[in-house]
Design a protein around this ligand. Sequence first.
Ligand SMILES: [Zn+2]
Length: 178
Amino acid sequence: MNTEHEFAAEIQRREQAEEQQRMDFKFAREEVSIDPSSPHRMTDVAAVRTFVLAGNARFTLRSKATGTRFTFKVRQPSDTKPHFVSLLNGSSNEEDYQFLGTIFKDGAYRRGQRSHITDDAPSAKAFDWFWKRVVAGKLSEQLEVWHEGRCCRCGRTLTVPESIASGIGPECAKRMQS
Ligand SMILES: [Zn+2]
């Protein structure tokens, strides 16, 4: 099975479902072209691994081809505990995270038995695929890794790459224009 193609097909389907949501960000998209050298975009696999396992990481994976993205939080409650992976699944990028799986001490990742997100969900596949790449020491050019930003106007956390790159959220960008 070609995981890369499977992932691409899944994220394309997801993209159609997200059409409405993406329309909300149309303003920001039109105004901002993403700088590929943005300091918020991580391209070094060792740096990505360190970042993800630092204990309280939030980051967004974005498909270069489709613009589809998922935001994850990876938290280690204490040094003796494993890392817990959760998925942003709601309107608040501070609060609305849902348990997805666990990264164990040996670096292996497994989706949680009690996660409500199924193995075949695009988000679950995306993280699994991403982490396998990190463990293998080779990121895909097709998958961008962005760590969170902060809105320069209201101070809120930014998780959408277009907003991270510009440093301002879509609502605040609209207000600045009017
Ligand atoms: Zn703002």
